[in-house]
Design a protein around this ligand. Structure first.
Ligand SMILES: [Zn+2]
Length: 172
């Protein structure tokens, strides 16, 4: 089956992306993600390329994990990628960071160099926590944050009770 270019309607050529001639994964929203080992349709007219990406969720998660441990500060598009990966609205995440949503959006759009040390670390921790589905995950994290931010103050200070089973419990 022939695949035609969406822009100039020429029949696309198939190639396999290699380490030397990789596929530029622009759809990721990140400027410099390159892929190899996948099939790529290439237009001989306008050189537009379109990659065939199997198991894309694993790829997206792999990119997120790599960004979480990136040395230095996250750039705007990286912040946006991680936010979307964790399924947060910009406004919502700005709220968690205690940051003005307009300022947060300026960071994502690279109008401001970065989030600053504290928020850069916090966003990584939030995204990491939200992505650990087995132990914690998004729902758990949302509950945790709303309990801190919107919950009622403690009526009494918590008590900790040592039980006959040799375990500590928080006594309500
Ligand atoms: Zn074309």
């Amino acid at each position: 089956m022939k695949v035609r270019c969406e822009d100039c309607n020429q029949v696309m050529i198939v190639r396999r992306a290699t380490i030397v001639h990789p596929y530029h994964f622009q759809e990721s929203g990140l400027p410099d993600i390159y892929l190899s080992g996948v099939k790529v349709y290439q237009c001989p007219g306008c050189y537009e390329e379109s990659g065939v990406l199997p198991q894309i969720e694993y790829l997206m998660t792999g990119i997120a994990k790599t960004l979480l441990s990136k040395p230095g500060m996250l750039a705007g598009p990286e912040v946006r990628y991680l936010r979307k990966h964790a399924n947060w609205q910009a406004k919502e995440l700005a709220g968690f960071l205690g940051m003005d949503p307009a300022y947060f959006s300026r960071v994502e759009n690279s109008k401001v160099p970065n989030l600053g040390d504290a928020a850069d670390l916090l966003i990584r921790l939030l995204v990491r926590e939200a992505s650990m589905k087995e132990e914690h995950g998004r729902e758990e994290l949302d509950l945790f944050i709303s309990a801190i931010r919107n919950g009622q103050e403690w009526a009494d200070a918590p008590q900790f009770r040592f039980t006959s089973k040799q375990k500590w419990h928080v006594a309500a």
